[in-house]
Write a protein that binds this ligand. Structure first.
Ligand code: MG
Length: 378
């Protein structure tokens, strides 16, 4: 039988919310629920023990009840070590995983690997190889100086940390109350023996500071919308998304009149609240006469980039009675994706006729409605 202790008794002061950070909304769910659900849904955990303060117990209990999760509640203490010790008293499994409530992105794979490693070796410390170099710093004459730096053989230690229950209980019983360990691996290593490593993931990060709680990492998402319509006339090329489409008419305009690229550029600028393309490329400026709109798109991306935005995906509907565009859609998508620096799968293009109605229906023009999602790094 496998038990999991979820530690939720911390004050979360560094996040500065004024309430338990595990109750912060992270896109319709709290870190507490996401963490508990990860263990409950893993299929390898038989018992969940939540260690929390008396004050938060009622709300945590309700959240478990709402999600039909059976959990045992244990009152935490002033330090992590004492809280875990309290939790261990309630454990009935012969293997126990101990996990930070503030690591909601723990995957099923991590949980399963941790159980397997702990069952085989008696201990399982989830960890990832460091990508940042760690520097040792000391003070010299009041100034901080780097003594050494290295990342060879260094790992960042995460949770869950799994153990044979009797071994980790023994470790805690041997440790004195005033000994401070940042996590259970320290207690185990000191009193029992070697800790085995289980494979972690960079995504399994601990939510500590307020900025860690923004969805999609450190950045905010913005939606943009753009619309354009150009007249279809004879003796002009028909360019859509930088692709020339064979047709007996083309779009009229100061540039190459690529109505699709224009709508997408406006959507991108709109998402970043940067105005519209008329502001940057006025049709009174000879410089832009006949210019490829794909070149203008590069300028728009530069403008976005300078303001800290980058596109995530683009979606557009081309409204055209004729020509039939379905066989060109993949080429158009690839062209736009390449020029936007996106995967083809991040560009969605649909086409529709307007049933003979209006300017588009009478084949007098082609219109495009475009949307995009952009991300602004904080
Ligand atoms: Mg236009």
């Amino acid at each position: 039988m496998v038990s999991a202790i979820i530690t939720c008794a911390g004050s979360g002061e560094r996040a500065g919310f004024g309430f338990n950070k595990l109750l912060k909304d992270i896109g319709g769910i709290t870190p507490f629920e996401k963490t508990v659900c990860a263990f409950a849904d893993s299929g390898v955990i038989d018992e969940i023990i939540v260690v929390c303060t008396k004050q938060d117990e009622e709300i945590f209990r309700k959240k478990c009840l709402d999600r039909s999760i059976n959990a045992v509640f244990v009152t935490g203490s002033t330090t992590r070590g004492k809280s875990v010790k309290n939790g261990l008293e309630a454990v009935s499994g012969d293997i126990v995983l101990i996990h930070d409530g503030a690591r909601p992105f723990v995957s099923r794979r991590i949980i399963c690997d941790c159980v397997k490693t702990a069952t085989k070796f008696g201990s399982a410390i989830t960890a990832v190889p460091l990508t940042d170099t760690i520097g040792e710093v000391k003070e010299e004459n009041g100034e901080k100086v780097l003594v050494s730096s290295s990342r060879d053989g260094k790992y960042a230690v995460q949770t869950p940390q799994g153990f044979k229950t009797e071994l980790i209980r023994k470790a805690f019983s041997l440790a004195s109350d005033d000994e401070v360990f940042t996590d259970e691996s320290g207690v185990f290593a000191k009193y029992i023996g070697k800790c085995h490593i289980a494979r972690g993931e960079n995504a399994n990060k601990k939510l500590t500071y307020a900025e860690d709680f923004s969805i999609g990492g450190n950045g905010r998402l913005f939606v943009g919308t753009g619309f354009d319509l150009h007249l279809l006339v004879e003796n002009r090329k028909l360019i859509l998304g930088g692709v020339e489409i064979p047709h007996d008419k083309g779009l009229l305009g100061h540039s190459d009149a690529d109505v699709l690229t224009h709508a997408i550029m406006d959507a991108l600028l709109s998402s970043a609240s940067l105005g519209d393309i008329g502001r940057y490329f006025p049709d009174t400026d000879d410089k832009y006469k006949g210019i490829s709109s794909i070149l203008l798109l590069q300028n728009v991306l530069d403008l976005l980039n300078k303001s800290g935005y980058k596109p995530i995906n683009v979606s557009a509907v081309i409204q055209a009675q004729k020509p039939k565009l379905s066989k060109y859609v993949d080429t158009i998508r690839s062209s736009l994706a390449k020029n936007l620096g996106l995967e083809d799968s991040a560009v969605g293009i649909t086409c529709t006729t307007l049933e003979g109605i209006g300017i588009v229906g009478r084949e007098e023009g082609i219109a495009v409605q475009a949307y995009c999602l952009t991300k602004k790094e904080d």
